[in-house]
Design a protein. Structure first.
Length: 202
């Protein structure tokens, strides 16, 4: 359709309009932490836990792990924050990922394993000085607690029989290739369980 000016009637040609569009800002933040020493006291990880608590679904938190393990209480605090954060969490393991460090890695939504990374899972260790009956009671409690924790985190990364071996005090050593294979199997099982759960809800 042609348009003319109101004053002189001259032809100004076809009226061309620019294609409209909208703009939406998508702001995301990547946080990166290095767990490259023994897992220390819980207070050392306040910044990490605060970031996890406050992060949004658009954020990414990366944990670079090269640790021979350490304090279980700290690992549990980090695990709880990882399990409840809205952010995408990525564990990148290089070198050693032992004991408490494996609990943290497996609590992330994604795990990347370096070519020469190696993992080790073992039973908890602790020391206590008290009356003999108190020591027996403490040992019984610790065994129940560790079993519940390991079942929650390690299954199905390891089998039930392997969990029993670990609870009997046998260390489980894994190469990078073995870890990757187990992770793939674990994700497949979890995906299948999620699909079955959704089907049951429909």
């Amino acid at each position: 359709m042609k348009h003319k000016t109101a004053n002189d009637g001259q032809d100004i040609g076809f009226l061309q309009q620019e294609l409209p569009y909208t703009v939406q800002e998508h702001i995301s933040t990547k946080y990166e932490f290095h767990l490259d020493q023994d897992i220390l006291e819980p207070c050392y990880y306040r910044n990490l836990i605060t970031v996890l608590h406050n992060a949004t679904e658009d954020d990414v938190v990366v944990l670079n792990i090269n640790s021979q393990g350490g304090m279980l209480d700290s690992a549990i605090s980090i695990m709880d924050a990882l399990n409840n954060t809205r952010a995408t969490t990525i564990a990148i393991t290089t070198g050693s990922c032992y004991s408490a460090a494996t609990l943290i890695a497996l609590s992330c939504s994604h795990v990347e394993v370096g070519e020469f990374s190696n993992w080790m899972l073992h039973d908890g260790s602790y020391g206590v000085v008290s009356k003999s009956t108190d020591i027996v009671n403490r040992a019984s409690f610790e065994n129940r607690f560790i079993r519940k924790l390991f079942s929650r985190v390690y299954i199905p990364f390891i089998s039930e029989s392997e969990l029993e071996d670990v609870m009997r005090g046998l260390d489980l050593w894994l190469t990078a290739e073995e870890v990757k294979e187990r992770l793939a199997n674990m994700y497949e099982i979890l995906q299948q369980e999620a699909e079955e759960f959704i089907a049951e809800m429909e």
